[in-house]
Design a protein around this ligand. Structure first.
Ligand SMILES: Nc1nc2c(ncn2[C@@H]2O[C@H](COP(=O)(O)OP(=O)(O)OP(=O)(O)O)[C@@H](O)[C@H]2O)c(=O)[nH]1
Ligand SMILES: [Mg+2]
Length: 307
């Protein structure tokens, strides 16, 4: 299956929910103030957030007020407005040759998809010919090391781990030193899931960042928050909590395939303006796709995508 099909399939739950809210709003009548109000409500309840929804409605009003138009054309117009918000944030995740090594770190709450994403990224970048080290900085759960080991073996990538309970910051420090000696291109750090209200765990994360900066003041070059696409508005408070503590530079949203609330990506974009690198629409490595604003915006509204 092509990635566009996978994206459309993956976003089906979100798009059918959005479509059912939008359907009927435009049917067979002149677009007026009532239409705008219903439209704004539908967008907000599709998780796009108040600010983005108002922006979209304003643009819509400018172009369509007083007109009648068919549903398809109006959905097309909406998807374009959504895409306009997202497009500046569409940014491929790349391993820069200027960094020796390039340091990438994955953070987020429990179960958001960090370890799976670390494995998928290890595969992607080693296929690009990069020399990669995976660091199991989740020393909290014994199973976490095993899980990452599975990905390391599958992708023939080196894994650096420590015993359970070890200091993750110390492990990261050793990994960077080793990577420098071995001329590794990329260090991918998988961290333990932590809820944003666990102060001591957030402090542990801050310490990892401090230790990285001691060796590489510009790093982590990518500090990526992995957000579960099924949590809806909660993603906003998660991002807010991790933003400064982990020096977040960009985001990845997983599990859009199981979610009816994928619209929250638009709210995140509007509120934080951080680069959106990748989205996950399934469990295999191929299901982690580069974020494409236009394709996502169309799939969000259930519009067809050309291959
Ligand atoms: N359907 C679907 N499942 C996903 C996706 N990404 C990850 N998962 C699944 O989500 C579950 C949790 O993923 P993990 O990678 O273990 O999450 P984590 O953030 O490392 O979890 P902790 O380390 O416990 O915080 C696994 O069963 C993954 O297979 C996705 O894009 N779609
Ligand atoms: Mg994990």
């Amino acid at each position: 299956m092509s990635w566009l099909k996978k994206l459309t399939e993956g976003l089906k739950k979100t798009s059918s929910s959005a479509k059912s809210k939008l359907s009927g709003i435009f049917i067979g009548k002149k677009i007026d103030a009532d239409t705008m109000e219903s439209l704004e409500e539908a967008l907000i309840s599709s998780d796009l957030g108040v600010s983005a929804s108002q922006k979209i409605v304003k643009e819509f009003e400018k172009n369509y007020s007083g007109k009648t138009s068919d549903q398809e054309e109006l959905l097309e117009a909406l998807s374009k407005s959504i895409s306009n918000i997202l497009e500046p944030l569409e940014k491929e995740l790349i391993v820069s040759d200027d960094h020796h090594p390039h340091i990438m770190m994955l953070v987020g709450v429990n179960g958001s998809g960090k370890t799976t994403t670390a494995g998928k990224l290890a595969k992607r970048f080693s296929q690009q010919g990069k020399k990669v080290i995976l660091v199991a900085a989740d020393t909290f759960r014994a199973a976490a090391i095993e899980q990452l080991k599975g990905w390391a073996e599958k992708t023939s990538v080196e894994l650096i781990s420590a015993e359970r309970g070890a200091d993750p910051a110390a492990l990261v420090y050793q990994s960077i030193e080793k990577a420098r000696i071995q001329k590794t291109d990329l260090i991918l750090i998988d961290t333990a899931g932590r809820l944003q209200n666990r102060i001591e765990l957030m402090e542990e994360l801050a310490k990892i960042v401090r230790v990285i900066k001691k060796l590489e003041p510009e790093a982590p070059h990518d500090s990526l928050i992995v957000l579960d696409g099924t949590v809806g508005q909660n993603a906003l408070s998660q991002l807010k909590a991790f933003l400064d503590v982990a020096a977040i530079t960009g985001l990845i949203m997983t599990k859009l395939d199981g979610s009816a609330r994928g619209g929250v990506l638009v709210a995140l974009a509007e509120e934080f303006g951080l680069p959106i690198h990748l989205i996950g629409v399934g469990e295999t490595a191929e299901d982690l796709q580069d974020f494409n604003a236009m394709a996502y915006s169309r799939a969000l509204l259930g519009l067809t995508l050309e291959d």
